[in-house]
Design a protein around this ligand. Structure first.
Ligand code: FES
Length: 61
């Protein structure tokens, strides 16, 4: 499923980056998700939070 339509980034791509320990900023640098309209940021944060329930969801962390 596409998470970022602006850059054609799928949830599996984001999950694999998160599994490798990527932060939101790392994801933005790696695949540019969330760097255009920003509509996908909440979805990326939810994926990150679902990976780590203790995560505070801060996009800068
Ligand atoms: S949908 Fe991801 S930046 Fe626009």
């Amino acid at each position: 499923m596409y998470i970022c339509l602006c850059h054609g980034v799928t949830d599996s791509k984001i999950r694999s980056l998160l599994e490798a320990g990527a932060s939101i900023k790392d994801i933005q640098k790696n695949c540019h998700a969330g760097t255009d309209c920003g509509a996908c940021i909440n979805s990326i944060q939810k994926l990150k939070k679902s990976k780590n329930p203790l995560d505070n969801g801060c996009p800068e962390c």
